[in-house]
Ligand binder design. Structure first.
Ligand code: GTP
Ligand code: OAA
Ligand code: MN
Length: 612
C-alpha cells in the first residue's frame, strides 16, 4: 500500500490531517511517505499514554522484555550485527570535498541523494512511519534548535522520547515556518504482506549521512545508538559543529559538571573524552576526598557560547543518558546505578537475570550463577564470552540522575572555568597536565590520542588521534575546526577563557599491566588540583609538555597508591614523548595545508623542549 495508492487507508486520512500548518514540514513528510510507502503515519505527541502504548507494542512484538525488578524498564537485544556506530559508513556530504576534510568520508551530495532515495524507496512498506518533532536543548532557549526525525523504528521513538524533548509542544513551537533539521531514518526492512517481523529489523547496508550546508541528516540500515537517534551525534555534534563554526560557538563531545569545594566555591568544568572513555563516570563522580561535591549537567554533549560577560557558557542539549553499561557498578558509578534504578530505562544488549532484572560485567563483583546473555543464550560464570556486549547501553531520563544540578534547567547554561581533554592511553600521557594558554590547550586537544573502544564498529585498543574526542563527529574539515578553536580563543578576553588541562585515567604499569591510577571517585583529587590551579594555590612543575603537579601538590590523603606508582602515573618520560612527536607530525601531515600554523609552532616548541 503506498501513500499515492487509490485505496483509501489510514495513511490517507492521517496525511490529509497533518497536526501542523508548517508548510515545509508537511511537504517533507508527504514526500518521505510517498517515497518510503509506510502503512501508517504516526505523529508523535509525546504524551505518557502514547509512550506507554509504544512500549507495550514493543513488548508484544518481542523486541522488548519488561523487567520485573525495575519500574517501567525494558530489556532489548539488537541484531548482533547492529551494535555500535558505523564510522566507515558515516559521510559528510559537503558540496566541496575539501570541506569534509581528510578525517571524514565524503561523497558528492547529489550522488548520495540518489543512493539514499533508492534505499528509501519502499523501505517502510508494512511498517509505521513515525514523525518525531524534537528540540535539542531547551524549548525556551533564545533560538530553539529544532529537528524532526522520521523513523520506522518504534525503538528509536521511545529512545528519542528519553534523549530529547519531543512531541506536540515542540510542533507547536515550530509554528508555521521555524527552521528545523530534517532527520530521515529508516531501518531498511520493509515487510511484505504476511511476512513475520524479527525482533530487531535492520539492513546490512548502512549509511549515516550529513549534508552540512543544507543541515540535513539521512540515516539508513541501523537502529542502534548514534546511528539512529539522530538528535544525538548527527545533529548535536556533526550538524551543530558546522552551525557553531559559522556562528562563533562550540559544539563538543563533552560532559558538564558542577564542582563545589568544601568552602562552597563553585566551578563548572567541561571534559572531552572519546566514546567509552569516562565522560558519564566523571559527570556523576562521587569524590572520595571529604567535602567536595560533584553535580551533573551533562554526560556526552556540550554546546558552548560566549555570554554577555565574556565567559564561555555551556548547555547540555540532551534530556537523557545513553550510557555504557559494562563497568557501571555500585563501586564505580553509584549515581548511574541510582539513575537506572529509578525507572523508565531501556537496556540494550546487556544480560537478563532469572528474576527479571539486568546484569552486565562490572555491575557487581560477583556474577550471578545463571543469566540469559545478550544473544539469548544461557550464560554462567564459566561461559567463555561476556554476558553483555561491550557497547551495551542504558537509556535513562536525565532527571533520574540523583545529583542533577539545578542549573540543568537554565537555558543560559553555566560559565565554564576549566576544560579537560582526556584519552585512554597505556603509556606516555600523565595523569594531569595543565596547558600554558588557550593555544597550547588547543594543541593538546588537537593532538589528543586514545585507544579505540567498542563504541564504534572496528578494532578495539588501537591508538589513534581523536582530536577533542571529536574525530567521528566533526562535521567539516578538521583543519578548519582547529582554526575555529584558535579563533574562539583569539577573539575572547583571555582572562575569562576556561583553562585547558589534559588527563589520562588509563595509564598502565609497564611491568604488570595494571592501572596506575585507581580512577572513578578518586578522579575528584585531580579535579581538586585543577581548581587549585585556577585559584593559584596548587604548585606545578614546568615540563616540555606543560605543567604537572609538583610533588605533594596533588591531594593523596588516604589514597591507597604507593609513592612509586603515583610517580609513574604523573611522569613525563622524555623517551615516550620523543616517540610521540613523529605520530603528531604524521597527524598534522594528514590534516595537511589546513593545519593552523600556530599548531605547527606549538609542535616546534615541543620538539625544541624535548631536544629534538
Ligand atoms: N580504569 C578506569 N575506567 C574508567 C574510568 N572512568 C570510566 N571508566 C570505564 O570506561 C568505560 C566507559 O565509560 P563512560 O563513562 O561510560 O564513557 P563515555 O565517555 O561516557 O562514553 P560514550 O557514551 O561512548 O561517549 C566504562 O566501562 C567505565 O567503567 C576511570 O576513571 N578509570
Ligand atoms: O553514539 C553512540 O552510540 C554512543 C556515544 O555516546 C558515543 O559513541 O560516543
Ligand atoms: Mn559519546
Amino acid at each position: 500500500m503506498t501513500a499515492l495508492d487509490e485505496t483509501p487507508t489510514e495513511l490517507d486520512t492521517v496525511t490529509t490531517t497533518h497536526p501542523t500548518s508548517h508548510a515545509k514540514l508537511i511537504a517533507w513528510v508527504d514526500e518521505m511517505a510517498a517515497l518510503t510507502t509506510p502503512d501508517r503515519i504516526h505523529w508523535i505527541t509525546g504524551t505518557p499514554e502514547e509512550h506507554q502504548a509504544l512500549l507495550d507494542e514493543l513488548v508484544a512484538a518481542g523486541t522488548f522484555t519488561k523487567l520485573d525488578k525495575k519500574p517501567n524498564s525494558y530489556w532489548c537485544a539488537s541484531d548482533p550485527t547492529d551494535v555500535a556506530r558505523v564510522e566507515d559508513r558515516t559521510f559528510i556530504c559537503s558540496v566541496d570535498e575539501e570541506d569534509a576534510g581528510p578525517t571524514n568520508n565524503w561523497m558528492d551530495p547529489g550522488e548520495m541523494r540518489v543512493i539514499m532515495r533508492d534505499l528509501y524507496r519502499g523501505s517502510m512498506k508494512g511498517r509505521t512511519m513515525y514523525v518525531i518533532p524534537f528540540v535539542m536543548g531547551h524549548l525556551d532557549a533564545e533560538k530553539p534548535m529544532f529537528g524532526v526525525e522520521i523513523t520506522d523504528s518504534p525503538y528509536v521513538v521511545v529512545s528519542m522520547n528519553v534523549m530529547a524533548r519531543t512531541g506536540t509542544k515542540v510542533l507547536e513551537a515550530l509554528g508555521t515556518d521555524a527552521d528545523f533539521v530534517p532527520a530521515m531514518h529508516s531501518i531498511g526492512a520493509p515487510l511484505e504482506p504476511g511476512q513475520a517481523d524479527v525482533a530487531w529489523p535492520c539492513n546490512d547496508t548502512k549509511y549515516i549521512v550529513q549534508f552540512p550546508e543544507s543541515r540535513e541528516i539521512q540515516s539508513f540500515g541501523s537502529g542502534y545508538g548514534g546511528n539512529a537517534l539522530l538528535g544525538k551525534k548527527c545533529y548535536s555534534l556533526r550538524i551543530a559543529s558546522v552551525m557553531a563554526r559559522d556562528e562563533g560557538w562550540l559544539a563538543e563531545h563533552m560532559l558538564i559538571l558542577k564542582l563545589t569545594s568544601p568552602q562552597g566555591t563553585v566551578n563548572y568544568i567541561a571534559a572531552a573524552f572519546p566514546s567509552a572513555c569516562g565522560k558519564t563516570n566523571l559527570a556523576m563522580l562521587e569524590p572520595t576526598i571529604p567535602g567536595w561535591k560533584v553535580e551533573t549537567l551533562g554526560d556526552d554533549i556540550a554546546w558552548m557560547r560566549f555570554g554577555k560577560d565574556g565567559r564561555l557558557y555551556a548547555t547540555n542539549p540532551e534530556n537523557g543518558l545513553f550510557g555504557v553499561a559494562p563497568g557501571t557498578g555500585w563501586d564505580t558509578n553509584p549515581n548511574a546505578m541510582r539513575a537506572i534504578d529509578a525507572g523508565g530505562s531501556v537496556f540494550t544488549n546487556v544480560a537478563l537475570t532469572d528474576d527479571g532484572d539486568v546484569w552486565w560485567e562490572g555491575m557487581t563483583p560477583e556474577a550471578p550463577a545463571h543469566l540469559t546473555d545478550w544473544k539469548g543464550r544461557d550464560w554462567t560464570p564459566d561461559s567463555t564470552e561476556p554476558s553483555s556486549h561491550p557497547n551495551s547501553r542504558f537509556c535513562t531520563p536525565i532527571r533520574n540522575c540523583p545529583i542533577l544540578a539545578e542549573e540543568y534547567d537554565d537555558p543560559q547554561g553555566v560559565p565554564i572555568s576549566a576544560i579537560l581533554f582526556g584519552g585512554r592511553r597505556k603509556t606516555t600521557i600523565p595523569l594531569v597536565t595543565e596547558s600554558r594558554d588557550w593555544t597550547h590547550g588547543t594543541f593538546m586537544g588537537a593532538t589528543l590520542s586514545s585507544e579505540t573502544t567498542a563504541a564504534a564498529v572496528g578494532a578495539v585498543g588501537v591508538v589513534r588521534r581523536d582530536p577533542m574526542a571529536m574525530l567521528p563527529f566533526i562535521g567539516y574539515n578538521a583543519g578548519d575546526y582547529f582554526q575555529h578553536w584558535i579563533n574562539v580563543g583569539k577573539d575572547a578576553d583571555s582572562t575569562k577563557l576556561p583553562k585547558i588541562f589534559y588527563v589520562n585515567w588509563f595509564r598502565r604499569d609497564a611491568e604488570d599491566g595494571s592501572f596506575l591510577w585507581p580512577g572513578f571517585g578518586e578522579n575528584g583529587r585531580v579535579l581538586k588540583w585543577v581548581v587549585e590551579r585556577l585559584e593559584g594555590t596548587a604548585a606545578a612543575v614546568e615540563t616540555p609538555i606543560g605543567h604537572v603537579p609538583a610533588p605533594g601538590s596533588l591531594d593523596v590523603d588516604g589514597l591507597d597508591v604507593s609513592a612509586e606508582q603515583l610517580e609513574k602515573a604523573l611522569a613525563v618520560d622524555p623517551e615516550e614523548w620523543k616517540a610521540e612527536v613523529p605520530l603528531i607530525q604524521e597527524w598534522f601531515d594528514k590534516i595537511g595545508d589546513k593545519t593552523p600554523t600556530t599548531l605547527l609552532t606549538e609542535l616546534d616548541g615541543l620538539k625544541a623542549r624535548l631536544g629534538l
